[in-house]
Ligand binder design. Structure first.
Ligand code: ADP
Ligand code: ASP
Ligand code: MG
Length: 407
């Protein structure tokens, strides 16, 4: 008898028909002798629609109220899933995040899980029930409802799998697994059989929407085996697991693109110790993630600094930039929104050379200009114009021959 967490994403529960199909899979897993915990997302485009609605009533809705609103999407899904499982003759019980003590910090719309109390879930399982948990939501220490950032149901699922020491965390989605690139943008992208936590973490952070990055951090830390697969068929998907030695033979595992990028430039800031720390400190204080950072060579004691943030944080990033500019006595701020980040990822990069050259040559052949570059041990990222992102993605995927299965 196993303990299995099954997470169904928005498209997998979009309609009554699909909820019933997902419920049938849950029931099948239970009747095979397993204890099953189900995590569900909001149906279809519910979350996007709620965000649009919020924008219609307010230009800048308070983040606490956004969370209050968005959490209703998942709450609908758990109730419907519990009904569907019940209708198939298995006992079930649905839980909102707060009801199972998913305690988070208080950073609304991108809260981080601090603790989960498994007792109610375990009690449900002991009573032969399927436990059905709302993804993406939690509660802070003052009982405010929080959400975990877009795609956060993945993190709820993996965190539960970690806490409950599940045998596997199955992520049911609308593609057959993790591909070498987004299969909707690169038609000859190939499904990857097994991928290491580190590569998946990079791909997810760099724009491969299929898993929320934070979920992979949890998975790596607690050794949770993840199986990403389709909710529409029984095909084997992709296993996200600890690194195995032979994985390093593959130089590039995947290519990702993110259009949720914006560039902030601070011009004419003083070039002295502590300036960079002041700027980054101001962003950290507002919980705005800064990704790439470039500082120009200085002249006459002043310099320029550019950094990238998530485009969804740009409104707030502008305010922070204005405040630090004033604080430091800089000259001006500039902002660029229509940019994208394109990245290649692979643990084989540690031991192979020439990866950057191949990537840059592929971009040059497409006439794509590179605005910023950053590298780590297992990835190379460039900032380019958003308008050329999709063709650049295809070109780079092609340059590394990723459609072909590795030997
Ligand atoms: P869910 O609603 O099930 O959580 P998401 O929309 O969050 O699903 O994630 C699945 C989508 O991720 C796919 O439809 C696909 O277009 C996109 N995607 C982006 N990059 C990749 C990749 N490398 N492999 C698979 N899917 C990807
Ligand atoms: N419903 C949330 C979103 O759309 C969480 C999720 O689907 O994982 O981002
Ligand atoms: Mg998702």
């Amino acid at each position: 008898m196993g303990l299995i967490v099954q997470k169904f994403g928005g498209s997998s529960v979009a309609t009554a028909e699909r909820i019933k199909r997902a419920a049938a899979r849950v029931v099948r897993t239970k009747r095979a002798g397993n204890r099953v915990i189900v995590v569900v997302s909001a149906r279809g485009d519910t979350t996007d629609e709620l965000i649009e609605l919020a924008k219609e009533v307010s230009e800048e809705p308070p983040r606490r109220e956004i969370d209050m609103l968005l959490s209703t999407g998942e709450q609908q899904s758990v109730a419907l899933m519990a009904m569907a499982v019940d209708a198939l003759g298995e006992k079930s019980i649905s839980f909102a995040g707060a009801q199972i003590g998913v305690v988070t910090d208080s950073f609304h719309t991108k809260a981080k899980i601090k603790n989960i109390d498994p007792s109610r879930i375990l009690e449900a399982l002991d009573n032969d029930k399927v436990a059905i948990v709302a993804g993406f939501q939690g509660i802070d220490e003052n009982f405010n409802i929080t959400t975990l950032g877009r795609g956060g149901s993945d993190t709820t699922a993996v965190a539960l799998a970690a806490v409950l020491k599940a045998d596997v965390c199955e992520i049911f989605t609308d593609v057959d697994g993790v591909y070498t690139a987004d299969p909707r943008k690169v038609p000859d992208a190939r499904k990857i059989g097994r991928i290491s936590y580190d590569e998946m973490l990079e791909l997810a952070s760099l724009g491969a929407q299929v898993m929320q990055a934070r979920s992979i951090e949890f998975a790596k830390k607690y050794g949770v085996a993840i199986h990403v697969r389709s909710s529409f068929n029984d095909n084997e998907g992709t296993y996200i697991i600890a690194e195995a030695p032979e994985m390093e033979n593959i130089v590039v595992s995947g290519v990702a693109v993110s259009k949720n990028e914006a560039k902030v430039t601070l011009r004419g800031i003083p070039d002295r110790p502590g300036v960079a720390a002041t700027i980054l400190g101001a962003y950290a204080a507002r919980n705005i993630n800064v990704d790439m950072i470039v500082q120009n060579p200085s002249a006459a004691g002043i310099t320029d600094m550019s950094l990238t943030v998530e485009r969804t944080d740009l409104a707030e990033a502008k305010k922070v930039a204005a405040a630090v500019l004033e604080d430091l006595g800089g000259q001006k701020t500039e902002f660029e929104e229509n940019i994208a980040k394109l990245s290649v990822v692979g643990i084989g990069m540690r031991s192979h050379t020439g990866v950057a050259q191949k990537m840059f040559a592929a971009l040059a052949a497409e006439g794509v200009n590179i605005k910023m570059i950053s590298t780590s041990e297992i990835k190379i990222s460039v900032i380019i114009d958003a308008a050329s992102a999709d063709k650049a993605l295809v070109a780079v995927h092609q340059a590394f021959d990723l459609a072909k299965a590795p030997a």
